[in-house]
Design a binder for this molecule. Structure first.
Ligand code: PLP
Length: 393
């Protein structure tokens, strides 16, 4: 068999490095020569720059987006007996962290156009155990934060924004991560602001919460060798901080390049039968960590409704993905199985059919090649390749 070159990769981080590698190399050398590798001025400046960028008073760097969520939950005193409402259509860490602090994730169905929490379903899920809502701005598309904050305020709930995929995105001209009580960011290399390793941050306008998260990420230490809580070792490295400071200066231009690619995809693909392009709400300025379509052929729907549980392999979407791959076009499936039906959450007692939109969407979604440097030629090949696969079936 001839091995095929992946002509259009779903993601390519090498081009960004080629663009700013010299700048990064020089900054990294400086940190290496300084002998200060943990904390120090590099981390402090990045935290300040990121707080300014996001439009909040405080930013605390930490080890990952997952840790950012844990720090937020812990600082808000969420634990055993508490419920946190979130979306079933997200990366596992959103719900995993709720479970990790001893609380229970409560899943609410999504909107099939934006893939985000259907905010109109939120109130029905609130109980006397509910402590917080965790919206996830999935794929870089902001959740309706106006409606969500209204509901949270009315019921006195904390709001933890999972901004891992949405750094720089705006809702009504405000950056995500500055609207809820805490914003949680990941600097995993494939996110829009990616480190060269793991990294994360929390943002808030609440000084006391910031102090609590700062303490928790450093073993719960209030002053040197005095401990007030059981915390974590979750620091952002100085090396990652200098890299992030450099990349932050390019973030807006990279995000606008992503928006241009998304507009091209939507323009072409909205006219293709059997394809649903993502919906953009008028108040939203998305940043397209992923550009995700739904393949809505009858076939896909039939196969999913027939299944006892959503079948992660072998439906129409999966066969299209294989065909695309054979013609050299990479794509990804985020996410094949909603979180409420994951084996690990069997004990929560969710049934197939309970969150029908998320379940159906998991069988239909396909994320197309998306990165700022994606060329027009590559993008056209992806678009025409997809059209081709769909017409040939
Ligand atoms: C990436 C991601 C996380 C976790 O971030 P890490 O830095 O990988 O720990 C959390 N939530 C969402 C939605 C993500 O995409």
């Amino acid at each position: 068999m001839v091995s095929r070159v992946n002509n259009v990769p779903p993601l390519d981080l090498t081009q960004q490095y080629a663009q700013i590698g010299d700048e990064i190399g020089a900054a990294v050398q400086k940190v290496l020569a300084s002998g200060g590798y943990i904390g120090g001025p590099a981390v402090k400046s990045f935290e300040q720059e990121f707080a300014n960028y996001t439009g909040v008073s405080d930013c605390v760097g930490c080890n990952s987006g997952t840790d950012a969520l844990i720090l937020a939950l812990r600082a808000l005193k969420i634990g055993p007996g508490d419920e946190v409402i979130t979306t079933p259509f997200t990366f596992f860490a959103s719900a995993e962290t709720i479970s990790a602090v001893g609380a229970t994730p409560v899943f609410v169905d999504i909107d099939s156009g934006t893939f985000n929490l259907d905010v109109e379903l939120l109130e029905a899920a609130i109980t006397d155990k509910t402590k917080a809502i965790m919206p996830v701005h999935i794929f870089g598309q902001p959740t309706d934060m106006t409606r969500l904050m209204e509901i949270a305020t009315k019921h006195n709930l904390a709001v933890i924004e999972d901004c891992a995929q949405a750094v720089g995105a705006e809702w009504e001209s405000r950056k995500v991560g500055s609207i809820g009580h805490v914003g949680c960011f990941s600097f995993y290399p494939t996110k829009n602001l990616g480190a060269c390793g793991d990294g994360g941050a929390v943002t808030t306008n609440d000084r006391a919460l910031a102090a609590s998260m700062r303490m928790l990420k450093e073993h719960g230490q209030s002053s040197r060798y005095f401990y007030e809580e059981i915390g974590y070792n979750s620091r952002l490295d100085a090396l990652q901080a200098v890299i992030l400071s450099i990349k932050l200066r390019y973030l807006d231009s990279w995000n606008s390049q992503r928006r241009e690619k998304a507009a091209v995809y939507s323009e072409f693909l909205s006219r293709v039968p059997g394809v649903a392009v993502p919906k953009e709400l008028p108040a939203a300025k998305p940043v397209w960590n992923q550009y995700t379509i739904r393949l809505t052929s009858q076939d896909t729907i039939r196969l999913i409704s027939q299944a006892e549980a959503p079948n992660p392999s072998g439906n129409f979407r999966d066969s299209m993905r294989t065909k695309l791959q054979e013609s050299g076009i990479g794509s990804m499936v985020y996410y094949p199985l909603p979180l409420h039906l994951q084996p690990v959450y069997k004990s929560l007692g969710y049934q197939v059919g309970q969150l029908p939109v998320a379940e159906q969407v998991c069988g239909e979604v396909l994320s197309l090649p998306m990165f700022p440097e994606l060329s027009r030629d590559q993008q056209e090949r992806a678009i025409y390749g997809l059209k081709d696969c769909l017409t040939k079936g």
